[in-house]
Write a protein that binds this ligand. Structure first.
Ligand code: DP6
Length: 346
């Protein structure tokens, strides 16, 4: 009997075993990421095709772990988050995403999704990025698909744009692409390349009033968005070179410019979006002051008031101490560059 026969037989018998138990399960972990060059505004909202490339760093110490179990007897999807049944809108978003996975696999099965985040959600730390990256990997494996990194990144993008950057490891670029097939993320340097630290100053951990999805659709209403997009190739180039050359000064300049540009677009869209709180601005000004005094750091804010202070390893403890002295900074989370989304052993 041929080797291929035995391989086929053993694969089918494990599938049969799972089917006898009526379940197909996989668990995956993924890290959120902080964007150095931001994704803000889509060319196609449904496919989540962005207007510009973006660059980010995965955050090792923060994660989402998700177990997906396709239950052959179930008649609907279930989604629990941090031990609680998820809100109806969150379940609906997960179900829409699982529909894509079911379509790819040609299987009609419903799933039980159990997810856990070790960090606060919806407050400018991209929980949707790690959530949909982990869900893409766990759901595709559980249903029997073996997707390449590029295919997984494309799939994750459909759940949340920034999630495509949480599939590869380390420092990552998402190429905007022309369409669904070439809009995905890849590593530009592994996590070990540069031991930066992201000190995340938490000033508020309540859920943000306007989420990113709605925000993206408003970007085009700002007169500044056209200029932000037109200049993006230049900033991308500076950012790539700063990462590859481990040039903190150059990185600091481009990361802060990028954050300011995105927030300028947000504040001038219709209606305007103000994600900063007074403490956010205090931190930004302090970071510039510390850098002028020789502390290697810079700030970046996503769609929330919490401030990511990116710094070198030698500056990290000092930055944390300084941050904790600012009134309204409740907590500082620390994260080093993170690896790719990965499966957990059963
Ligand atoms: C400000 O990826 O959260 O964090 O695709 O609608 O889920 P959806 O948006 P999302 O947008 C991220 C916006 C950002 C910038 C970034 O991470 O690049």
């Amino acid at each position: 009997m041929s080797t291929q026969f035995w391989i086929t037989l053993s694969i089918s018998s494990s599938l049969v075993e799972s089917m006898i138990m009526n379940t197909l399960t996989a668990t995956a972990t993924a890290h959120p990421n902080i964007a150095f060059i931001k994704y803000w505004g889509n060319r196609d909202d449904t496919l989540r095709l962005p207007q510009n490339n973006s660059i980010s760093m995965n955050l090792e110490d923060l994660y989402t772990r998700t177990q997906v179990t396709f239950d052959l007897l179930s008649t609907q999807d279930y989604f629990s988050l941090n031990g609680q049944p998820a809100a109806p809108n969150a379940l609906e978003r997960v179900t829409r995403f699982l529909d894509l996975v079911r379509q790819m696999a040609g299987k009609p099965w419903f799933a039980q999704v159990t997810s856990y985040n070790n960090f606060p959600m919806g407050a400018g730390i991209a929980s949707s990025a790690s959530a949909f990256a982990a869900l893409s990997l766990a759901a595709s494996r559980a249903i029997g698909l073996q997707l390449s990194e590029c295919e997984l990144s494309r799939l994750a993008r459909r759940g949340s744009g920034s999630a495509c950057r949480s599939i590869p490891g380390g420092f990552v670029e998402w190429q905007a692409g022309e369409g669904d097939a070439d809009s995905y993320a890849f590593s530009i340097a592994p996590a070990e390349h540069w031991k930066l630290v992201d000190c995340i100053a938490l000033v508020q951990v309540t859920h943000k009033p306007i989420g990113s999805t709605e925000g993206h659709s408003l970007a085009g209403s700002s007169p500044l968005q056209v200029a932000r997009i037109a200049d993006s190739p230049r900033r991308l180039m500076i950012c790539r070179q700063a990462i590859l050359g481990k040039d903190i000064e150059s990185l600091a300049q481009v990361v802060e410019l990028e954050s300011n540009l995105m927030h300028a677009v947000m504040m001038t869209s219709k209606p305007p979006l103000f994600y900063w709180e007074p403490a956010s601005l205090t931190i930004m000004k302090s970071v510039i002051h510390w850098r002028n005094q020789g502390v290697e750091c810079c700030y970046s804010l996503d769609a929330g008031p919490n401030v990511h202070v990116i710094c070198t390893t030698s500056s990290a403890e000092l930055v944390k101490t300084h941050l904790l002295q600012i009134p309204d900074v409740n907590q500082v989370l620390m994260a080093t560059p993170g690896g790719p989304a990965h499966l957990e052993q059963a």
